[in-house]
Design a protein around this ligand. Structure first.
Ligand code: ZN
Ligand code: ZN
Length: 345
């Protein structure tokens, strides 16, 4: 089968290769990939600058949906033909404090498909039975391929943050993660202010279509002033940082109200200066969020099935796997929002 393979560490070193079809071992499921999303971390793997463990040669890709093609020995509760999507944590130790308390998303030994184990940029992909989730009947493969980023946002906003109806929530970074967070904020009854830059014109437009109450170009408008107006000088109840830009983090500590919540979802490219004292002065509740776990997948898929979240609108391009290079380029040049690849024979 054809697969997009990161064949050596460092910059680039990715190509479309002919590889052998995998065979499921005990308690593994072989999934025929129908749609696979390109993620920001794929671009980082391409450039060789990601901080998570990567083991080349490895088939890239970790966001997908498909159909079960074959069951390994001992698999229970799943059948060939089931429409599924799968978690990315192919290995967690099961023994650390985090694993034992259900937070395997922060297991220090976690290894992911598409990074360390073969991923979904191919016709077939192997996953452990415990990581498989059934797709709701009314969710198609392209929409289902975005279950992974959705689960990340569900973990951040519904598991680690408390949003009540009427809360004013500021979101920075209107990429697919920001726009999924926006939809969850709306599902919770929050008032959403989505911030982007001049480069994000189309994305802010999309934010409005997906229910943002206000969108802001931070280069043209004063966000602090706007938040003051909307909240009667109180400040935002919740700040959701999805951009990974230091300026956005500073803005967050600035515009969040005393006693409010700040959640960091985006990843920064390195250390930077921040007025950390504000966290004490304002008694802010600051939380980070990394990846997702079973509970977040369940909730995300339920919301998707209920139509409370729309992942499909975020997909701007669907391309055959052979055009992976173009897909990466579209993503990197911000020409589209979410690019989905479809395997070829
Ligand atoms: Zn991803
Ligand atoms: Zn562990």
């Amino acid at each position: 089968m054809k697969a997009v393979v990161k064949y050596a560490p460092g910059e680039g070193n990715v190509e479309l290769r002919e590889v052998e079809e995998p065979r499921p071992g005990p308690h593994q499921v072989k999934v025929e990939v129908k749609a696979a999303g390109v993620c920001g971390s794929d671009i980082h793997i391409y450039h060789g600058d990601i901080k998570l463990p990567v083991r080349p040669p490895v088939i890239m890709g970790h966001e997908f949906a498909g159909v079960i093609a074959e069951l390994g020995e001992g698999v229970q509760g799943l059948q060939v033909g089931d429409r599924v999507t799968c978690e990315t944590a192919a290995y967690v130790c099961g023994e650390c404090l985090q694993c034992r308390t259900g937070s395997y998303n922060i297991c220090p030994h976690k290894k992911l498909i598409g990074y360390f184990f073969d991923g979904c940029f191919a016709r077939y992909c192997l996953v452990g039975e415990e990581r498989v989730h059934l797709l709701p009947d009314n969710v198609d493969f392209v929409a289902g391929a975005l279950s992974e980023p959705l689960a990340c946002c569900v973990h951040a906003l519904l598991e680690l943050t408390c949003i009540s109806a009427g809360d004013v929530v500021v979101i920075t970074g209107p990429g697919s993660i920001g726009l999924l967070c926006l939809q969850l904020v709306k599902a919770e009854g929050g008032y959403a202010i989505v911030c982007g830059t001049s480069q994000d014109g189309d994305r802010l437009e999309m934010a409005r279509c997906l229910g943002a109450d206000v969108t802001v170009n931070v280069e043209a408008q004063d966000v602090s002033k706007l938040v003051e107006e909307v909240t009667d000088l109180q400040g935002a109840d919740v700040f959701v940082e999805c951009s990974g830009a230091p300026a956005a983090a500073r803005l967050g500590l600035d515009v969040t109200r005393r006693g409010g919540q700040y959640i960091q979802v985006g990843l920064f490219s390195g250390p930077f200066e921040l007025d950390f004292g504000l966290i004490a002065y304002k008694e802010l509740k600051v939380t980070g969020s990394l990846g997702q776990k079973w509970t977040a997948w369940r909730r995300g898929l339920t919301l998707l099935g209920q139509g409370k979240v729309d992942t499909k609108s975020l997909v701007t391009h669907v391309l055959p796997l052979t055009r992976w290079r173009e897909a990466f380029q579209i993503f990197e040049e911000k020409k589209g929002l979410k690019v989905v690849l479809q395997p070829v024979d």
